[in-house]
Structure formats: structure tokens, C-alpha cells
Write a protein that binds this ligand. Structure first.
Ligand code: GDP
Length: 198
């Protein structure tokens, strides 16, 4: 699946910009700076597909990537929770993200990225609530697992599992990843390949 290149197709600032619903889609969501670009790059085996940046909140579009070999589209959502972003912009992204998440029949799963140093924060829980309400499947992926010590990773895992266990719908198990060390990337690829196969 990831042996052939995944290419950047376009950045979308409105629903009208989105490509037709002709492929299986997976989306990546998370707070600004959670490590989303790094994870997408690690997943696709490239160093610069999704722009990795130290400036949080820079990705303001739905960035679309497409597989050259499979019927797969990857949607990189704008990072949320960036305090310095101007309010009208935040409102515009929130609306776009909401419209995309609840209205996209081809959206098979959302990967909700959560920093393994912190566990889920309020805005992560709000996104999960919204996805539950819209009956969209999602899987939580803890990022930067190389940063905290193993006791703190266990704490974050437990807190994340607990916040998911309380939910009305059932969700796939929590994945633990590090783009830096390559941890969990193979497992994430397998999960995506399984989605495509079903
Ligand atoms: P995004 O804003 O969510 O796209 O986050 P980025 O991918 O740009 O990453 C934000 C910062 O975290 C950058 O400085 C990355 O180098 C760093 N980072 C991302 N993933 C990892 C990881 O797995 N381990 C470590 N130690 N740092 C990471």
C-alpha cells in the first residue's frame, strides 16, 4: 500500500474544493503541534509530504494526499487548539472541519492524534464527542511516544483508554507511535490496509 508514492493533490479551504467522493478516505486530526505532519510523513515513508513545522497552526486547509497504487485518499485536517490563531479563522476552520467530518460518506475512519505526554485534552474530547454524535469511526493514536518515560506513557495510555471506554460506541484499540523512532508505524499501516480490505 505504501510502497508506491502517496502524492499531495490539493489544499482545500472550502467544501466546494474537495475532490469527488470516489475513494476511500481516512483523515488525521489533532491539536496543533501534536506531530501530525511527522506522522503522515513517517506513514508514507517521505520526509516532506506533509509540512513539518515548529509554527503551530500553520496548516489551515484540508490537505489531500492520494495513493498511486490504491483507492485511498488521506485528508490532513487543520490542527486545532492553537491559542494565538485569530478568532474568525478558528471559526472558519471549525466550520469546514465539522462539515467535512459529518457529511463525507467516503470517510472511513478518522485518526485522532493525541500527545503521549499529555493524554486527551478537552478539545480532543470535543472532537471525539462530535465524531461519536455523527457515528464516524475513529481510532486514537498517541504520538511522540519516545518523549515521556515509560511510566508516563502507561499513564497516558490508561487515561486515553478510559476516556474511550466511557463512550457509547466501541472504538478500535489505542495505537502508540513515535515518528522519530518509527514505533507503531507498521501497525498503523496494517490498520489502514485492513480498512481498505473490508
Ligand atoms: P503538527 O503541527 O501536528 O503537524 O506537528 P509536527 O509534525 O510539525 O511536529 C511538531 C514538533 O514535534 C516538531 O518539532 C517535530 O519534530 C516534533 N515531533 C513530531 N513527532 C515527533 C516524535 O515522534 N518524537 C519527537 N521526539 N518529536 C516529534
Amino acid at each position: 500500500l505504501f510502497a508506491r508514492p502517496i502524492i499531495f493533490t490539493k489544499g482545500c479551504v472550502s467544501l466546494a474544493d474537495l475532490p469527488p467522493m470516489d475513494r476511500v478516505e481516512i483523515a488525521f486530526a489533532g491539536r496543533s503541534n501534536v506531530g501530525k505532519s511527522s506522522l503522515i510523513n513517517a506513514l508514507c515513508g517521505t520526509s516532506n509530504l506533509a509540512r513539518t513545522s515548529n509554527t503551530p497552526g500553520r496548516t489551515q486547509e484540508l490537505n489531500i494526499f492520494e495513493s498511486q497504487s490504491e483507492n485511498l485518499r488521506i485528508v490532513d485536517m487543520p490542527g486545532y487548539g492553537y491559542a494565538k490563531a485569530p478568532e474568525p479563522k478558528v471559526k472558519a476552520w471549525t466550520k469546514l472541519v465539522h462539515q467535512y467530518l459529518v457529511g463525507r460518506a467516503t470517510l472511513r475512519r478518522v485518526y485522532v492524534l493525541v500527545d503521549s505526554r499529555h493524554g486527551p485534552k478537552d478539545n480532543d474530547l470535543s472532537v471525539m464527542n462530535e465524531l461519536d454524535k455523527a457515528a464516524v469511526s475513529y481510532q486514537v493514536v498517541l504520538t511522540k511516544a519516545d518523549k515521556p518515560n515509560s511510566a508516563d506513557v502507561e499513564k497516558a495510555l490508561a487515561a486515553t483508554r478510559w476516556s474511550i471506554a466511557k463512550r457509547p460506541a466501541s472504538h478500535p484499540h489505542v495505537l502508540l507511535t513515535s515518528s522519530e523512532k518509527g514505533t507503531g508505524i507498521k501497525e498503523l499501516r496494517t490498520e489502514i490496509a485492513m480498512l481498505l480490505a473490508t
